[in-house]
Ligand binder design. Sequence first.
Ligand code: SAM
Length: 215
Amino acid sequence: MNLDDWAQVYVSEDRRRRFREVLARRLDCLTLVFEHVGDPRNVSACLRVADAFGLGRVIHYADGRYHRNHQISMHSDLWVDVLNYQRFEDTVDRVRRDGFALVGTVVDDPAAIPFDQLEPPPRTALVLGSEHDGLTPEMRAACDHLVTIPTCGFADSLNLATAAAILVRHFAEACRQRGGPGVLLDPAEQERLYRLWIERDARLKLRKRGIQAEF
Ligand SMILES: C[S@@+](CC[C@H](N)C(=O)[O-])C[C@H]1O[C@@H](n2cnc3c(N)ncnc32)[C@H](O)[C@@H]1O
């Protein structure tokens, strides 16, 4: 049996329709970059946020690779690709090569403006920093813009995934409202991901049943 045969048996029509619906709303113009985030559970929680609001790819810049935690991501990491980078230059090169402006997210930087006052760049990479130190000085200097989430309580610094949820939701909606070319995935990329997701889903179901996949 080939992939299509397996998919007919193990990936229901409803599920396949859902893949198409999610892919039709996936954004090509927004991504996240994690800089030296220490706790992988925080990255997993952010992947859940990314998936929920339509992001398909994020960049993980750290000394080690991101390790999946399905319990926290709730399997969102099946639908959001994580590119791992270990060097600052490679990370920034990749983001710029893909045409994204770097929007650094900071707590305490006087150069930052409230996030909802920034006119979202056509392609936006929101850069999130580590739990203890936030963004490094070199990353702040590399960013095209710095934004902050204004607060009025005793706490000014939010948990990473909480900050990600506020920022991603805002920038995702701004992208959708602006519309135009490059906001959503092109049809060829949607088709590529559709087949990849069918394969992942079928493999997951087969593994749970203890069946060896033949594709
Ligand atoms: C726990 S915070 C880091 C706190 C660190 N002490 C600092 O001063 O940046 C982790 C990350 O979440 C994001 N974050 C948390 N609170 C934020 C806020 N109020 N505005 C913007 N980003 C925030 C930033 O990306 C930050 O680097």
